[in-house]
Design a protein around this ligand. Structure first.
Ligand code: FNR
Length: 384
C-alpha cells in the first residue's frame, strides 16, 4: 500500500510516530508545557479561520512558490529548528536538510541539534538557516556564527522566547535526562519500541554536538530541562541582539515574537524579518495562540513575517498566509514523519503538504498563494 494511502496527512504520521517512539522520546517531541493549554489554543484559533470557496472558476493552475527575503522557495513552508532531532531518528538533521533542499524550502539547524553545522554541510541546499541560542561568552557566539556561515548557513534565526527554561512537566515525568541516559525506566520504554531501538543501537545515543564543543564536561546527571546548552547560554537582552546584528552579515530573523509593542525596537535593531511563534506551546502556558497575534503584528510592521505554532497541513499554511505570514514553518510535523517512517518520512510529508496546499488553493480558485489574503470570511473572528 502506498504511503499516500496509509498516511494521507500529518495526523496519521503523528499516530504512527507515537506507536514507534519510546515514551520519553514521544513526550520530548509532542509535549507543550504546563497543562498543554497553549497547544489547544493554537489549534482552536487556527480552526476558527474560514475561507469562502469558489465555484465556476474554470481550470486553474495553482503555483505554490513564494519569494521570501529575496529568495524564491517552492512552497511557503520550511523546517523550524528542533533541538536533538537525532533522538527521534539517527542522522535526522542531515535527512531534514537534504529533503528540504529537494523540496526547495528552508531548513533551520538548532544550536542544540545533535549534529553540527559541519555535519550537515554536505546535505544542505541553498536555503540553510542557523538558529542561535545565545551563548553567554561572546567568543563562543562569534565562533558559532563563523562556523555556521562557513558551513553554508546564510540566514540567522535569533530565538528570543526562552528567557528561562520552561518546566515541560510531561517531559520530566517521562524520565528523560540530558544527555539522555539509560536508566532502568528508559530501558523498559526502549524495549517496547524495537524499530527505534535497532536504529539507535547502530548510531549510539545522540548528544548536542555543537554545544559539546564548548560546554564544560560536567554534564552528567542533568535533568531533562537543565541540559548543557542552558549552562552555556544567557538570557539575551536588546544589547545582545544588537551585538549579534553587528556580527552577522546575512539576513537576521528574530524568533518568538508575539507582542506588537516589541516591533519598533526590533526594527531599530536592524532585524530583517520577524518570526511569530509561541514556540509550539512549549514555553509559557499562559501565552496567547500565535495565530491570534499575527494580524496585529502584520498591521504594525512592513518586515517579512515567518509563522509557526500548531500548523498541521496545507489549510493551516494558507490560514497563516491569509493573516500576513510570508513563510510558515513546522517543527513537530517533520519529526512525526521521521518517527513514523524514518528517512523517507520527511519527503512524504513535503509531498503531502504540497498536495494539500494545491487542493485548498483549487477549492478557492487561487493561482498564487498570496491571493488567499482576501478570502477570509468576515464573520470569522480573525477577519482583518
Ligand atoms: C522546538 N523548538 C525549538 N525552537 C528553537 O528556536 N530552537 C530549538 O532548539 C527548538 N527545539 C525544539 C524541540 C522540540 C522537540 C520542539 C517540538 C520544538 C520550537 C520550534 O522551532 C517551533 O517553534 C515549534 O515546534 C513550532 O510549533 P509546531 O510546528 O511544532 O506546532
Amino acid at each position: 500500500m502506498s504511503l499516500d494511502v496509509k498516511y494521507p496527512s500529518m495526523l496519521e504520521l503523528r499516530q504512527r510516530a507515537r506507536r514507534r517512539l519510546p515514551h520519553f522520546v514521544w513526550e520530548y517531541l509532542d509535549s507543550g508545557t504546563g497543562q498543554d493549554r497553549v497547544l489547544a489554543r493554537n489549534r482552536a484559533a487556527l480552526d476558527a479561520i474560514e475561507f469562502m470557496p469558489s465555484i465556476l472558476v474554470g481550470e486553474v493552475e495553482a503555483d505554490t512558490s513564494v519569494e521570501f527575503l529575496g529568495v524564491r522557495h517552492d512552497m511557503p513552508v520550511g523546517v523550524a529548528p528542533v533541538g536533538m532531532s537525532g533522538l527521534i531518528w539517527p542522522d535526522a538533521e542531515r535527512i531534514l536538510a537534504r529533503e528540504a533542499a529537494r523540496a526547495g524550502i528552508p531548513y533551520t539547524l538548532s544550536t542544540v541539534a545533535s549534529q553540527t553545522p559541519e555535519d550537515v554541510q554536505s546535505a544542505l541546499g541553498p536555503h540553510g538557516w542557523f538558529q542561535l541560542y545565545t551563548p553567554r561568552d561572546p567568543e563562543v557566539r562569534r565562533d558559532m556564527l563563523r562556523r555556521a556561515k562557513a558551513a553554508g548557513f546564510g540566514t540567522l534565526v535569533f530565538t528570543a522566547d526562552l528567557p528561562v527554561a520552561s518546566r515541560r512537566e510531561r517531559q520530566i515525568k517521562s524520565g528523560l535526562t540530558q544527555p539522555p541516559r539509560i536508566t532502568p525506566r528508559i530501558l523498559a520504554q526502549v524495549a517496547m519500541r524495537p524499530a527505534w531501538a535497532l536504529a539507535m543501537a547502530q548510531s549510539g545515543m545522540p548528544r548536542m554536538r555543537l554545544i559539546d564543543d564548548y560546554a564544560p564536561k560536567r554534564t552528567l546527571g542533568l535533568t531533562s530541562n537543565d541540559h548543557a546548552g542552558y549552562h552555556l547560554r544567557t538570557s539575551p537582552d536588546w544589547d545582545y541582539l544588537r551585538a549579534t546584528r553587528d556580527e552577522w552579515e546575512g539576513p537576521l530573523i528574530v524568533k518568538g515574537v508575539l507582542n506588537e509593542a516589541d516591533l519598533s525596537g526590533l526594527e531599530a535593531a536592524g532585524v530583517d524579518a520577524i518570526w511569530v511563534s509561541n514556540h509550539g506551546g512549549r514555553q509559557f502556558d499562559g501565552a496567547p495562540s500565535a495565530i491570534a497575534m499575527l494580524p496585529r503584528i502584520r498591521a504594525a510592521t512592513t518586515l517579512p513575517l515567518v509563522f509557526d505554532s500548531g500548523v498541521e497541513g496545507g489549510l493551516d499554511i494558507l490560514r497563516a498566509v491569509a493573516l500576513g505570514a510570508d513563510m510558515v514553518m513546522l517543527g513537530r510535523g517533520w519529526h512525526y514523519a521521521l518517527g513514523a517512517l524514518g528517512p523517507v518520512g520527511p519527503r512524504h510529508l513535503a509531498q503531502v503538504l504540497r498536495a494539500d496546499l494545491l487542493s485548498c488553493m483549487g477549492q478557492m480558485g487561487l493561482t498564487h498563494v498570496a491571493q488567499v489574503r482576501g478570502r477570509m470570511i468576515d464573520h470569522a473572528p480573525f477577519a482583518l
